[in-house]
Design a protein. Structure first.
Length: 375
């Protein structure tokens, strides 16, 4: 009896889930595994004197964990998942708050917590829950007729941004600000509110640069280097752009790229450049199209949603996914200053994969066909 009930739940879950979005996510995970093997084998074997499959084995382990997390979240009852938003956001926010206190500093940035088996970057886990928490505030029944809900959501953004700037992590700050702006805009806020909040942010950022140049001067330096390349070191961005040019349309061939050996952390921050160099810009464009297709499917699903929370959440999560993808691609193609942004599902890193899995799981849960849920 119990076995039949379990089979019924699996069949119901499979029947209700959006299979095109699911297969797209699975394809991205698979591509991440393949490109991880390609981009990290020589790094592990020749530069770090480790087993050639050292990084790939870790990436495989985190991919399996990420797939389990994605499928678990997608299968959870939607009403129960909505109730978990607040406690899960609080948990990930507490983890982010611990970074300045007990975090690990790597190359001048303190963004990670030592979890013994791996280093956890809390912001990767917090991002999808930040979007959901923002929507939770915007759709509170008690605040439906009050504009103060936009102020509360802005204060929530400020709390997260303050912690990120202190790390420092400019890239994630820009990503969350952009996603927040789009999410509150979709909720129906007046454009004047967005302009006001954006002005406050710019004034605050300018004040930080002026009052604390020793801590936040790196922002000025990156902008100065971007607009005046001769005034700074643009080795990473220039190398990535050269790699893309060398790859052309069809690429140099698997394992023939040199970017992964010349640029530190290329398998995380410059993975799309590595892909372009070895497999060609055609493959890179196909990957970008997969992200766009997922977003298209998610936005299309919004039109069939009656629940305002789910509708705005899906828009916000799709925005988060697309913004992060295009920030990564723009850095790799030297369109914007270096930010150190991973590519969801494909970049090496356990925190990034788990964060991507959470986002994917929530999207799959919210896009399920609700008609048959209680048959």
């Amino acid at each position: 009896m119990l076995e039949n009930s379990f089979k019924f739940q699996i069949l119901t879950h499979w029947r209700n889930i959006d299979k095109k979005i699911l297969l797209s996510f699975l394809l991205l995970f698979f591509l991440g595994l393949f490109f991880s093997f390609s981009s990290t084998s020589s790094l592990a074997g020749e530069r770090l004197n480790k087993d050639y499959y050292f990084f790939f084995s870790k990436h495989l382990s985190f991919t399996i964990l990420a797939l389990l997390i994605m499928n678990f979240i997608s299968a959870v009852d939607t009403l129960f998942l909505k109730k978990l938003v607040i406690p899960l956001f609080i948990l990930t926010f507490v983890l982010l708050s611990l970074v300045p206190i007990i975090g690990i500093e790597v190359k001048g940035a303190k963004r990670w917590l030592d979890m013994y088996f791996f280093r956890l970057q809390p912001i990767e886990l917090l991002k999808p829950f930040f979007i959901l928490m923002t929507v939770k505030i915007l759709t509170l029944q008690k605040l439906q007729n009050s504009q103060i809900k936009y102020l509360f959501s802005f204060l929530l953004l400020c709390l997260v941004i303050i912690l990120l700037i202190g790390q420092p992590d400019l890239g994630q700050s820009i990503l969350l600000i952009g996603s927040w702006v789009f999410t509150v805009f979709i909720s129906g806020v007046s454009i004047l509110y967005i302009i006001s909040f954006f002005s406050i942010f710019l004034i605050s950022l300018a004040s930080l640069l002026f009052l604390m140049p020793e801590k936040f001067g790196y922002i000025t330096n990156r902008l100065n280097t971007f607009f005046n390349p001769e005034n700074g070191d643009k080795f990473q961005s220039a190398s990535a752009l050269d790699a893309i040019k060398l790859g052309g349309l069809t690429g140099q061939g698997m394992g023939e790229g040199i970017l992964k050996e010349s640029v530190p952390e290329a398998h995380t921050d410059y993975v799309i450049a590595i892909i372009s160099e070895e497999y060609g810009s055609i493959v890179s464009m196909m990957i970008i199209l997969i992200f766009l297709y997922i977003s298209f499917r998610v936005i299309k699903n919004c039109f069939n949603q009656d629940d305002r929370f789910i509708k705005i959440s899906l828009c916000g999560l799709a925005t988060l996914l697309i913004f992060q993808t295009f920030i990564h691609v723009s850095v790799n193609t030297n369109l914007i200053p270096t930010t150190g942004m991973t590519l969801p599902f494909l970049s090496y890193g356990g925190s990034s994969l788990i964060g991507s899995a959470i986002l994917a799981g929530v999207i799959l849960n919210f896009t399920k066909n609700k008609v048959h849920l209680y048959d």
